[in-house]
Ligand binder design. Structure first.
Ligand code: KIV
Length: 271
């Protein structure tokens, strides 16, 4: 960051106070370049464990480690100065109990400079969330389709299409809000349920594959830029960056092959 650009981030309490107000804008980021470009436009940058799939080509997020999250989280903090930076706790780093979660979360915040962690789960995670918050670690919760539970859910399945499943997800959302989470990601749930969750909890809901009535929206940046091959139907591609990259790579390859690159002005003269 240049010395003329002071770091003035949206704080966790200011973010929490956005409930019911102007929609919150959030995106994922895993690197400095993306963080720099997105930062002026968003309220929240999430260093999501989706990086396992997007950056590392894994099939699920289950293989993501604390070391991976720490390295990418530090890059995103270096590349941003305005957005609230939240970092995902990877699978296996918090589910054992509050003490394990505190050790992992404190390490992530200390090593990256991110302001908050995100973890998946509702009622089952409420005690852990309360433990972290009481010890100074802000937590964003994540309910509905929780990708780390892919093996329990039997796939990346939309939740709450059937109204009989609503009470469990409503209880999850209530539990994380009461435990002190400052916001909750609501992923992959039927639209009316996402709307209902937004009505019943006192903290901002951030939807992904959820409802325009959530307090905000998040997308995986590479999905909305058109850089990933297969995207779910809820993703709107706001750009076709994949084609732009392809064109640039082809132009570079051609210029190297016909020796038009580098040109004279792109080479160093001898003194
Ligand atoms: O890991 C991630 O990118 C996420 C978002 C999809 C919310 O959790």
């Amino acid at each position: 960051m240049s010395s003329q650009s002071p770091v003035r981030r949206i704080t966790v309490p200011a973010f929490r106070a956005r409930k019911g107000g102007e929609p919150i804008v959030a995106l994922t980021a895993y690197d400095v370049a993306t963080a720099r470009l997105a930062d002026p436009h968003v309220d929240l940058l999430l260093v999501g464990d989706s990086l396992g799939m997007v950056v590392y080509g894994m099939d699920t997020t289950l293989g993501v480690t604390l070391d991976m999250m720490a390295a990418h989280g530090a890059a995103v903090v270096r590349g941003s100065r305005r957005a609230l930076v939240v970092i995902d706790m990877p699978f296996g780093s918090y589910e054992q109990g509050p003490a394990q979660a505190f050790a992992s979360a404190s390490r992530l915040l200390a090593q990256t400079g991110a302001q908050a962690v995100k973890l998946e789960g509702g009622v089952a995670m409420a005690e852990t969330i309360a433990f972290l918050v009481r010890r100074g670690i802000p937590v964003c919760a994540h309910v509905g389709l929780t990708p780390q539970a892919v093996n329990v859910l039997g796939g990346f399945r939309v939740q709450g299409r059937d109204r009989s499943g609503w009470p469990i997800i409503e209880a999850d959302a209530r539990a994380v809000a009461e435990a002190g989470a400052f916001a909750v990601v609501v992923e992959g749930v039927a639209e009316p349920l996402a709307r209902r969750l937004t009505e019943i909890v006192s903290i901002p809901t951030i939807g992904i594959g959820a409802s325009a009535q959530c307090d905000g929206q998040i997308l995986v940046t590479e999905d909305m830029l058109g850089l990933t091959e297969h995207v779910p139907s809820f993703v709107r591609r706001f750009a076709d960056a994949g084609s732009r990259f392809d064109g640039a790579f082809a132009a570079y390859a051609a210029a190297v092959r016909d020796r038009s690159f580098p040109a004279l002005e792109e080479t160093y003269a001898a003194r």
